[in-house]
Design a protein around this ligand. Structure first.
Ligand code: SF4
Length: 253
């Protein structure tokens, strides 16, 4: 059974932890691999920062960073269009995290001008307008967050989508163009591993995961998924499957 069909078929259950927590046989080895990579990040890849969407994978990584007392700040892109549940989790994370949480917001004027010119529903009218919104609300703040960094840490996993099936633990493919290494400490984890960690360590997570949102982004662009749907089917669902990235993890040509 696929990760999402097992999730969606358990409609009677409420907690994402109850639905999904199922460690792989080699989970202990994966956790050691993840911890080792995060420790290496603080010696071989500084300055380094974690990009967090506050999704399930990212709260796990931040929890490990905090548990190991690693000097890795975390940044969150507060796009101005997040769910109230995500904003509440951000507030709790800022209050409870040992490591620094850096919140980046889009340029106010750029957002106002885009909405004034293109309208409130522009993102649904064309892929160009949707990407223009992502550029203003995500890509420009991301560039600010990564300025001066040697590496960044993401929650990408191979299992998440076909486009991510080859994700390596250490991605050096953009060092030449962007002078940045991308570290993916959960590359080998399954969805069950992620939730096993959350359940075992009682990690605070976004309650939208309890409502069948496996992948959580901005409110206008995220919906719950249902039986048989792909893991990222709830993101930009009105567009082609091949376009389901906002630009954060799109490779340079
Ligand atoms: S995900 Fe949607 S609302 Fe968020 S920046 Fe992209 S187009 Fe805009």
């Amino acid at each position: 059974m696929s990760q999402t069909s097992s999730l969606a078929s358990a409609r009677g259950a409420t907690k994402a932890t109850e639905l999904n927590a199922k460690a792989s046989a080699d989970f202990a080895a994966k956790l050691i691999e993840t911890q080792a990579l995060l420790k290496r990040a603080t010696t071989e890849f500084t300055p380094v920062t974690q990009a967090s969407s506050l999704g399930a994978e990212d709260v796990v990584i931040t929890h490990i960073i905090n548990s190991l007392h690693l000097d890795i700040p975390v940044f969150v892109l507060e796009t101005g269009a997040l769910h109230t549940e995500t904003l509440a989790l951000l507030e709790r994370t800022e209050a409870n995290s040992r490591t620094h949480i850096n919140v980046l917001r889009p340029a106010h004027e750029a957002v106002i001008q885009f909405v004034r010119q293109e309208g409130q529903d522009a993102i649904y009218k064309s892929m160009e307008l949707r990407k223009a919104c992502c550029n203003i609300r995500k890509m420009e703040p991301l560039a600010r967050a990564l300025k001066g960094q040697r590496a960044w840490i993401t929650g990408l996993r191979r299992e998440q989508s076909n486009a991510r099936a080859e994700v390596p633990l250490i991605d050096t493919s953009e060092e030449a163009t962007k002078q940045l290494t991308k570290l993916n400490p959960l590359a080998n984890w399954t969805w069950g591993d992620v939730w096993h960690y959350i359940a075992t360590h009682n990690v605070d997570y976004n309650p939208l995961h309890d409502q069948f949102f496996p992948s959580i982004g901005c409110a206008p662009c995220t919906r719950a998924i249902s039986l048989g749907e792909d893991f990222r089917a709830g993101r930009w669902w009105w567009e082609d499957e091949t376009a389901k990235e906002c630009g954060l993890h799109v490779k340079s040509k």
